[in-house]
Design a protein around this ligand. Structure first.
Ligand code: MTE
Length: 307
């Protein structure tokens, strides 16, 4: 995993071996354009790929939501280093053939890591394009084998008041740990990425190290960070944002320009970072532009009620 030898360059010091090897193959093939050809065998080809420019690393790692470290967008970059991510293990629990506590090193081996350049659309009506590194959550499902009665997957973030100063704040309204959930079909969709890196490096702590989800067709709050538990169940969980404001945040949270947040429209978004004239305002796309891959999951479901 993370190899730190005195003789290594600073780049390889911060990069897990797998990601680093992969990065080198990207570099050989010439960057983002090449990522598509590596990924072509995946069948859904490159339709999820975007030609939009990724946000600079600096922007994606200094403007964050990670309430465990504070409410301000700059808090995670300031304080997430207080979280220790090595060693790390994830509990696989509930209706599954192979429950247990697994080390990150083992989990890293369960899939082939690839780069995915996705739009991340936050419910607050801003978005960024970010090159993530990870493998489809479907590969983890294949390893741990959910039972057929499992209909939902529930994810929990580390909750440690000693390491996470936002949890100690008296302004925090959240009932920790941060909880998210997906239907088993959403979890198995090839777009759902179990993510270990970004920009060809390991995830910085503020972006959810050492392992998070990225679900590009859903509002960003579904993309839960720093996961310590994955549970299989037959009951739809109540997620953190549903608990806080059930009228504003639903279980599905699919990006939908036609369903407004009660306090603002979701029809448009600010693409970050902006230039000197501020962020560009662009139209929000249904399912954040990934409808071809995911619309079938919601056939017959009233998306105005199931927001
Ligand atoms: N996960 C945890 N544990 N805590 C959080 O506060 N914020 C969510 C999501 N995952 C959050 C979280 C929200 S609202 C967004 S928009 C994305 O993380 C932001 O991810 P980024 O900071 O990597 O861009």
């Amino acid at each position: 995993m993370i190899k730190r030898h005195a003789w290594q360059t600073s780049e390889s010091q911060v990069t897990p071996e797998d990601v680093y090897k992969q990065r080198r193959s990207f570099l050989k093939l010439g960057g983002a354009a090449a990522a598509g050809s590596i990924l072509a065998p995946y069948g859904y080809a490159q339709s999820w790929r975007t030609d939009e420019d990724p946000a600079p690393f600096e922007a994606a790692t200094t403007y964050n939501n990670f309430y465990e470290f504070g409410m301000d967008k700059t808090d995670p970059a300031k304080y997430a280093h207080e979280m220790s991510v090595d060693p790390w293990s994830v509990k696989i629990e509930g209706m599954v053939e192979k429950p247990g506590s697994y080390n990150l090193e083992d989990i890293l081996k369960w899939g082939d890591q690839e780069e995915r350049i996705y739009r991340l659309r936050c419910v607050e009506a801003w978005s960024m394009v970010i090159p993530w590194v990870g493998y489809p959550l479907a590969s983890l499902l294949k390893q741990v084998k959910p039972l057929s009665k499992a209909k939902y997957v529930v994810f929990k973030t580390l909750a440690d008041r000693k390491q996470m100063r936002g949890m100690r704040s008296r302004f925090s309204l959240i009932d920790w740990p941060y909880i998210e959930g997906l239907t088993i079909e959403e979890a198995a969709n090839p777009l759902t990425l179990l993510t270990f890196g970004m920009y060809g490096q390991t995830l910085p702590n503020q972006n959810g190290a050492p392992v998070r989800l990225v679900i590009p067709w859903k509002y960003g709050f579904k993309s839960i960070k720093s996961i310590v538990s994955i549970e299989f169940t037959n009951r739809q969980p109540r997620t953190t944002w549903q608990q806080l404001q059930p009228k504003e945040y639903g279980f599905y949270a699919n990006v939908n320009p036609e369903v407004s947040h009660p306090r603002w429209s979701q029809a448009r978004e600010r693409r970050l970072p902006g230039g000197i004239f501020g962020a560009e305002r662009i139209d929000t796309q249904m399912f954040n532009g990934y409808g071809e891959q995911v619309a079938h999951l919601y056939k017959g479901l009233d998306l105005t009620k199931n927001y």
